[in-house]
Design a protein around this ligand. Sequence first.
Ligand code: SAH
Length: 238
Amino acid sequence: MKIRINKKIISLIIIIFITLPFLTKIKEKNYDNQRELMVDTQIESRGIYDEAVLKAMRTVPRHLFVTKGYRYQSYYDRPLPIGYGQTISQPYIVALMTELLCLTDSSKVLEIGTGSGYQAAVLAEITNEVYSMEIVEELHNISNETLKKTGYYNVKTKTGDGYFGWEEHAPFDAIIVTCAAEFVPPPLIKQLNIGGVMCIPVGPPFQVQNLLLITKKSEKNIETEVITYVRFVPLVRK
Ligand code: SAH
């Protein structure tokens, strides 16, 4: 009797080991399908047309950047919590902001607010030169690991207050700020190349903010365009 039960348990373990890779593959395929659907119904249908952006959104495995408990919602039309009171943006907003940057494969881009690392990965699908700053050390560590695990070695990250930008690597062709500032940080304008663009939500914390597209025409000529209303977590200062 004892021997029979042990045999049963052993067979069960063997079956689990044999089927596990197949189940994982089915799960991944399911996420691939959800991602395709996300791009079709939430992004392309809302007017995002830049081929590089669409391709990046179709490629980056968003579910691997999302906290485990929320993973099944990865491709929903909404932002999701990533811990430490922060959120990963809604897919459409990620695509919109990326498109506004008009990136080429040789653009040098700075992101303020690494968070989960998802937006950085989307940028890294388009260009090789991606720099990203995060003020919460734990999020910096987690996102760094995720970016490595998913193969985005071309994202250089550091912890620190993004208000001051990343002087050492300036100037940038594009800057994307994924937290809301009460005003546009002057150091970020300074670190933009002439002809460079910055996409930044500006407005009061936890209220509706304006998503701005700023173009540095010359040192003295800074053009600002309001794109839409958004609601981002605040840019905090140390
Ligand atoms: N881009 C992220 C979402 C970021 S949420 C993603 O794809 O997941 C905004 C992030 O900005 C948070 O992680 C927050 O900690 C960070 N943040 C807030 N103030 C900051 C600052 N002054 N400098 C750098 N990062 C900041």
